[in-house]
Design a protein around this ligand. Structure first.
Ligand SMILES: C[S@@+](CC[C@H](N)C(=O)[O-])C[C@H]1O[C@@H](n2cnc3c(N)ncnc32)[C@H](O)[C@@H]1O
Length: 247
C-alpha cells in the first residue's frame, strides 16, 4: 500500500474524517489560524480553493464565516470527496468539489481566479519538484492580491530535531489510538507511517510519501513561484503555515 493510495480507500477516508482532530495535535488551531489569516472582509464575495481539502472540514468553516463566498475542495480521493459533498450540501452551489491530483492541470479548470488558496496536511505528499510546480501554478492562478496559505507538516533543519518531532508525534498518535478515539482500522495507517518515517528515517522519499521540507526551502519555492510577500506566520513543532501573497 503506498502512502498516497491509503487515502483512496473509503474506510481510511471515513477514519481520517473522524480521527483527524486527534491524529493532528493542532488540527483545530491550524484551521482557526488559516481562517484568521485570510485577508477578507466578512461580506467578501470571492472564491476559495482548498487544495487536498479531503472531507471538506476547512471549507465548511470558511463558508460559515464568509456567507457571500464560494469554496471548492480539490482532492484526488473519491471517498474523501464523497464526504466533502455530503458536508457541503447545506451550502448549495457555494460549496463544490473537484476530483484532481494536485500535480495535474486542475487550476485551469476553475471558473474564476480564486482570491485565496488554502491547504492543510496535503502538499507534503508532493515531491520537491511537484511542490515547486504546484506553487508556480497557484501563483499564476490566484487573483491579484490573492493569498496562498499552506498549513502543513514541515521538517526541521537538523536531523536530530526532525527525528525528535517525528517520535513525539508518533507517541501522540499511539496514545490517541489507545484511548479509543480513533477507529481501529487507522492503526494500519499509523504502523505504516511509523515504518516509513521513523524505522526508515533518512531513506529517500518519492511522490506520495511524507516529503517533508523545511520552512526556508519552501519559502524559497514560493519566491521563485512569483509570490512577492512570503513568510511563515504560524508554527508549532513540525507544523507551519506557509504564506505567499501575490502582488
Ligand atoms: C491527511 S488528509 C487531510 C485532509 C484535509 N485537508 C484535512 O485537513 O482534514 C490528506 C489529503 O490530501 C489528499 N492528497 C494527498 N495527495 C494528493 C495529491 N497528490 N493530489 C490531491 N490530493 C492529495 C488526500 O486524498 C487527503 O484527502
Amino acid at each position: 500500500m503506498s502512502s498516497a493510495y491509503r487515502w483512496n480507500q473509503a474506510e481510511f477516508a471515513v477514519g481520517y474524517d473522524v480521527a483527524g482532530v486527534y491524529i493532528h495535535p493542532h488540527y483545530r488551531a491550524m484551521q482557526a489560524a488559516i481562517l484568521e489569516l485570510l485577508p477578507l472582509e466578512s461580506n467578501a464575495d470571492v472564491l476559495l480553493v482548498d487544495a487536498g481539502g479531503g472531507s471538506g472540514r476547512l471549507a465548511e468553516l470558511f463558508l460559515e464565516k464568509f456567507p457571500e463566498s464560494r469554496a471548492i475542495v480539490v482532492d484526488q480521493s473519491e471517498p474523501f470527496l464523497a464526504l466533502a459533498n455530503q458536508r457541503l450540501s447545506p451550502f448549495g452551489g457555494r460549496g463544490t468539489t473537484l476530483l484532481a491530483r494536485l500535480q495535474d492541470q486542475w487550476l485551469s479548470r476553475l471558473e474564476e481566479p480564486p482570491a485565496a488558496i488554502v491547504s492543510m496536511s496535503a502538499i507534503h505528499h508532493l515531491s520537491p519538484e511537484e511542490k515547486q510546480n504546484l506553487y508556480a501554478c497557484m501563483g499564476s492562478a490566484l487573483a491579484p492580491g490573492g493569498v496562498l496559505l499552506n498549513g502543513d507538516e514541515i521538517r526541521n533543519a537538523t536531523d536530530d530535531e526532525y527525528l525528535a518531532h517525528l517520535k513525539n508525534w508518533s507517541a501522540h498518535m499511539q496514545a490517541m489510538q489507545n484511548s479509543g478515539n480513533i477507529p481501529g482500522e487507522m492503526q494500519e495507517i499509523l504502523d505504516y507511517w511509523r515504518e516509513k518515517n521513523i524505522a526508515h528515517f533518512g531513506a529517500p522519499k518519492k511522490s506520495g510519501d511524507d516529503c517533508h521540507e523545511t520552512i526556508a526551502v519552501q519559502l524559497d519555492y514560493l519566491r521563485a513561484a512569483g509570490f512577492n510577500t512570503v513568510d511563515a506566520p504560524w508554527q508549532r513543532e513540525m507544523w507551519a503555515i506557509l504564506r505567499g501573497v501575490k502582488k
